[in-house]
Design a protein around this ligand. Structure first.
Ligand code: C2E
Ligand code: CA
Ligand code: CA
Length: 546
């Protein structure tokens, strides 16, 4: 039985592990997927941004080149009209102007303060024709890229490009309010940044970041998004995965429950095989006459001798055997084997009693009577030598039938003992109703006699009752010499317990019985000798007196 619960707990555990392990794995996979997705979305956003910036720069450069080609490269009124027209036509161009070789502004359309502000690096003779720079336009609260084109006389025509045209691609919904974009020019000049309002001060370890650079210009965009934002993408999938795994766990548990019956049936198969292989064997515990020190017989106690030699006590398997009905076969086996093993000893000692333990189920069916009949009929052990023990620990379901079965056994000559008296259900009522021949006082009471007045009173009243009903008494679990003394005082004459011997295998028990008989013969011989000596002494005294 314990095997089954162990098996069950184990399968539930395995089911949980089997179901949660994929959940962990799925979570990891989903997170990785979310990251990959977010990274490729960021890359796409970065590409769009770079392409727009490149377009803006290229368009501006070609415009400036065209103006140069068309010889529109002065600050005069005629050219200024054309610049104005171009600004209106090209939404991304905020202003067009000219700068001299030192980079000082010569004019700008639309007109701003005409102070000669340096807005470009000094012109280099062999430098590139196209220049890209950055201009703080504090008055607009933004920065502008300044694209310049070298004219022949070291002056440069330039245009200011507004960042608004490059407005970063907003990207997918789930990243939108978390992503931050930074467009940089050349040596880390920030041109444009947007977003990231919800992700300031985030730990860079928790951020996904992508950088896309232009192949045409010194332009790059960095896009970042918190990992957590990426995880939104797979949130629903995670819920589904968790639900799925919970379902799988349930399925596994169900399978586990189903499977856990198999170890049970396997355990049962093992048990049945053990019965068939004769692994259940009788041990014998002597019952002593404490008045004379002679052996009265024994109680047969079952043991499971495993193939590896380990001896298992009935506490480990008896309940299982009873619940599964195996106990009937096992009891028959016990009786058969003991009739063979100690038959000769019992044939030679007709006073010896052999106690067989029965359980409540045996008193629901007359089969036990025919079993005893058929087994001991052919044996050297007579029915008169047999005692069947019925425990008081477990209730008898059908008292009337039990009483009849007991009566029929008694009619055969078999004696019936009530085991574990005082510990169980029946109490004194069982004694009278069942008509038992012997009561066995449980170790529990024997343990306390001498030390506990109450218990002495209980044993006292058991002895008195047994005497009144004409029943015999056996004290169980005697371990100490003083217990024997107290039992004798109380009028108990039969006892079993470790004080005399533990339950043992047949050959040991037969030796034990021979040793006891030898001792008894020796004692009798000594007593006879003493008596003879005393008589001789008496006779000598008489004759000398005479
Ligand atoms: P039980 O019938 O009350 O048997 C007495 C138990 O007390 C035995 O345990 C015995 O070994 C133990 N015992 C005897 N003297 C002493 C002692 O001085 N000190 C201590 N501490 N223990 C002592 P065991 O052999 O383990 O059997 C346990 C129970 O299993 C038995 O209790 C009996 O109820 C059941 N049982 C044993 N064999 C059979 C059987 O063949 N059939 C049935 N139905 N039950 C059996
Ligand atoms: Ca017993
Ligand atoms: Ca007992």
């Amino acid at each position: 039985m314990s095997l089954r619960y162990f098996g069950f707990a184990k399968t539930v555990l395995i089911a949980l592990v089997l179901a949660t392990t994929p959940l962990f794995a799925i979570n990891i996979i989903l997170n990785q997927y979310a990251e990959r997705r977010a990274v490729s979305e960021l890359e796409a956003m970065g590409n769009v941004t770079i392409r727009r910036a490149e377009e803006a720069i290229s368009t501006t450069v070609s415009l400036l080149q065209r103006l140069d080609r068309d010889d529109i490269q002065s600050c005069n009124a005629e050219d200024r009209v054309i610049y104005e027209k171009q600004i209106v036509e090209h939404g991304m161009i905020d202003a067009i102007g000219l700068a001299d070789a030192t980079g000082q502004r010569m004019c700008i359309i639309p007109d701003r303060e005409l102070s000669e502000q340096v807005i470009l690096p000094p012109a280099k003779v062999d430098g590139p024709l196209v220049g890209i720079g950055m201009l703080d336009r504090s008055y607009l609260g933004a920065r502008a890229a300044v694209i310049s084109w070298d004219l022949k006389d070291q002056t440069r025509i330039f245009a200011e490009v507004t960042p608004a045209v490059i407005a970063t691609d907003p990207g997918p919904e789930y990243l939108r309010s978390y992503r931050r974009a930074e467009l940089r020019l050349g040596n880390n000049l920030l041109w444009y940044n947007v977003g990231g309002y919800n992700s300031q001060a985030s730990d860079p370890g928790d951020m996904l970041s992508v950088e896309v650079a232009s192949e045409l210009y010194p332009l790059s965009v960095t896009l970042t998004v918190p990992n957590a934002a990426a995880a939104f993408l797979v949130q629903d999938l995670k819920v589904i995965a968790a639900a799925g795994c919970a379902g799988i766990a349930l399925l596994f548990v169900a399978i586990g429950v189903w499977l856990s019956w198999r170890p049970e049936s396997e355990a049962n198969d093992e048990f049945v095989a053990a019965i068939r292989n004769g692994e259940f064997i009788p041990f014998y515990q002597p019952v002593m006459d404490i008045e004379t020190g002679r052996l009265r017989g024994c109680e047969v106690l079952m043991r499971w001798r495993r193939p590896n030699g380990v001896i298992v006590s009935p506490g480990q398997f008896m309940a299982y055997a009873e619940n599964n009905g195996h106990i009937f076969d096992m009891t028959r086996h016990m009786m058969r084997v003991s009739s063979e093993e100690v038959g000769e000893l019992y044939g030679e000692n007709p006073d010896f009693k052999l106690s067989i333990n029965l359980f409540a189920g045996h008193f629901l069916d007359r089969e036990i009577i025919s079993d005893i009949n058929s087994i001991f009929e052919k044996s050297r052990i007579s029915f008169q030598q047999i005692v069947v023990e019925v425990t008081e620990r477990h209730p008898l379901q059908d008292m009337e039938l039990a009483r009849k079965i007991i009566a029929e056994l008694q009619a055969l000559g078999v004696r019936v003992a009530l085991d574990d008296v005082g510990t169980g259900h029946g109490g004194m009522a069982y004694l009278q109703k069942l008509g038992v021949d012997i009561i066995k006082i449980d170790k529990m009471f024997v343990d306390t006699i001498g030390s506990d007045d109450n218990s002495t009173t209980i044993v006292d009243s058991m002895v008195e009752l047994a005497d009144n009903l004409g029943m015999g008494i056996i004290a169980e679990g005697v371990e100490l010499e003083e217990q024997i003394e107290r039992l004798l005082e109380l009028g108990v004459t039969a006892a079993q317990g470790y004080y005399f011997a533990q339950p043992m295998a047949a050959d040991e028990f037969i030796e034990f019985a021979e040793r006891m008989e030898e001792k008894a013969r020796e004692k009798a011989r000594l007593a006879a000798e003493a008596a003879a000596a005393e008589q001789a002494a008496n006779e000598a005294a008489m004759s000398s007196a005479a």
